[in-house]
Design a protein around this ligand. Structure first.
Ligand code: FES
Length: 112
């Protein structure tokens, strides 16, 4: 995995969240995050980041992150930690514990 090097510009975002928004046709063998509600999850996360006044965090929609069966999934950088964001409560936990407290939400984390 790439590592930051001396002379790299400072991080533009302290945390950059990518939420998969990929949608596949119904019946596709891998399924998709959008069919499991990822678009609403992303929108909710964006709203909550603003409401909570969290600075330096960017929430973006991503295409397929290739972990479709485990979704709805999101990955946070620069940590490279993946979560299954199954509902709004999961989003709240990640925002509070991972981002605000710089901890982890072990029960939502995807395996390596
Ligand atoms: S559809 Fe979300 S990771 Fe592939």
């Amino acid at each position: 995995m790439g590592e930051r090097q001396a002379g790299d510009p400072a991080l533009y975002f302290s945390t950059h969240v990518f939420v998969c928004g990929n949608r596949r046709p119904e019946g596709h063998e891998r399924g998709c995050c959008a069919s499991k509600g990822s678009e609403k999850i992303r929108d909710y996360m964006k709203v909550r980041v603003k409401e909570l006044g969290i600075k330096g965090v960017r929430v973006n929609q991503a295409g397929c992150l290739d972990r479709c069966e485990l979704g709805p999934c999101a990955v946070l950088y620069p940590e490279g930690v993946w979560y299954r964001l199954e509902d709004f409560a999961a989003v709240d936990k990640v925002l509070e514990q991972h981002i605000q407290k710089q901890s982890r939400v072990a029960e939502l984390m995807l395996p390596a």
